[in-house]
Write a protein that binds this ligand. Structure first.
Ligand code: MTE
Ligand code: CO
Length: 411
């Protein structure tokens, strides 16, 4: 590489055109392809559009050995295939404990009962007569990255970090609905309940319910997908995905938590001492490099390389993301691009000149409350290795000479 070209590459981010690999006699420019010679499909070919057949690899995937049965299972968002901060509806990971309920919205009801002045039952039409709002939030399962507590295990950010998605929700602030029923002064908690076969329930403090919770009926501009809770789900911004009850049919108001299964035997964090942390609702500051990553190796030889990733925090916005290409010895501040919404995914980039030698890629996010994403070692010191949930530690990808990438740990 000549000196002037190197200068351009490292100096100006917009100089990617210099990285061209096409030749002047390339048949892709000297010969007309079929799609130029012949007319394309008409407008009715796909009443509901689908991606190009060449994007068939951008799909949700599961880990076959992880769960015994698909109705109580999970699949993962292909983070390495996404751009920006919004997850397309068909690629949002799914987690259900009793299969996907297929609900006729005309027969769906939302009941509010318990410590209220008047118990109420709403139809979907009733819900849509409240004032609504549009908000972009991430949803992360508390078990995301849960298989990595004891060592590097799964090869792909889809599998290590793909229990997260971020969409724009349309719905009604929950406080409007609770105000309509009239919450009694003794009330301190609410319990949303799902209409699916698992009848999922969780206890949520009333303070959170009145703050930023919503009942949402749309995501990314269209009705919720059945697997995301059609026709109605509760949105609990920044808090663990398990609390975001899908197929929402009832909210009970009470004066103490219910201590149901999902907040006693599950979604608690067993510590080395034998004690368990409970009610660990907020999702801690976290990030991951999505490209390069095991499913998205570097395919060019060396030179200008775009590193990209996602960062988020259940406590607010992401203020800064640092990246390292040498396993955490040296750090550079990455470039956050696109909108920065509280409790939403943030997209970051770092453009660098790859020498073609092995790399240890890491990213470290810092949120608006000053929380810093910890190393694996630091997190294990506090939490041990018996946990499943709330692993927000720094991920390391080892890039080999040839550009392949694998999941590793550094000391
Ligand atoms: N709600 C009901 N009714 N049933 C469920 O099985 N799974 C929970 C939560 N809400 C679940 C549910 C879990 S553990 C998570 S992580 C999120 O939904 C997943 O939401 P998603 O499938 O839209 O990604
Ligand atoms: Co979950």
């Amino acid at each position: 590489m000549t000196l002037s070209r190197r200068k351009l590459l490292t100096g100006a981010v917009g100089s990617a055109a210099l990285a061209t690999t096409a030749r002047a006699d390339d048949p892709a420019i000297t010969e007309l392809p079929d799609w130029t010679v012949y007319l394309g499909d008409g407008v009715d070919a796909a009443p509901y559009g689908v991606p190009s057949e060449y994007e068939a690899d951008a799909v949700r995937r599961d880990v076959p050995w992880l769960t015994a049965d698909p109705v109580s299972s999970v699949n993962f968002t292909p983070l390495h295939k996404l751009e920006g901060i919004i997850t397309p509806n068909g690629l949002c990971f799914e987690r259900h404990h009793g299969g996907v309920a297929q609900i006729d919205p005309a027969e769906h009801r939302l009941m509010i009962n318990g410590l209220v002045d008047k118990p109420l039952v709403f139809t979907m039409d009733d819900i849509k007569r409240f004032p609504r709002e549009n908000k972009i939030y991430f949803l992360e399962c508390a078990a995301n990255t849960g298989m990595e507590w004891r060592g590097a295990q799964l090869n792909g950010c889809q599998f290590t970090h793909g229990m997260v998605h971020c969409v724009q929700y349309t719905g009604v602030p929950l406080r409007y609905i609770l105000e309509e029923a009239g919450v009694k002064t003794s009330a301190k908690w609410i319990m949303p309940e799902g209409a699916d076969a698992s009848a999922m329930t969780r206890s949520i403090p009333l303070e959170k319910a009145l703050d930023d919770c919503m009942v949402a009926f749309a995501m990314n501009g269209e009705a919720l997908r059945p697997e995301q809770g059609y026709p109605l789900r509760i949105v609990v911004p920044g808090w663990e995905g398990n609390m975001w009850v899908k197929w929402l049919r009832r909210i009970e108001v009470g004066d103490e938590p219910w201590h149901h299964r999902e907040e006693t035997s599950k979604y608690t964090d067993l510590l080395e001492s034998g004690k368990a942390r409970r009610f660990t609702w907020e999702m801690d500051v976290k990030s991951v490099i999505t490209n390069p990553s095991p499913q998205a190796p570097i395919t060019h030889e060396k030179g200008h390389t775009v590193l990209s990733g996602l960062a988020w925090s259940g406590r607010g916005t992401v203020e800064r993301v640092d990246v390292s290409i040498d396993g955490g010895r040296n750090w550079t501040t990455a470039r956050i691009d696109g909108p920065s919404h509280s409790k939403a995914l943030h997209r970051f980039y770092h453009e660098f000149d790859w020498e073609g030698s092995p790399l240890l890629l890491q990213s470290r996010a810092i949120d608006s409350e000053g929380w810093v994403q910890p190393t694996k070692g630091a997190l294990r010191e506090v939490r041990g290795t018996e946990s499943i949930y709330h692993n927000n530690s720094i991920q390391t990808w080892h890039v080999r000479k040839g550009g392949e990438v694998e999941n590793v740990e550094v000391g």
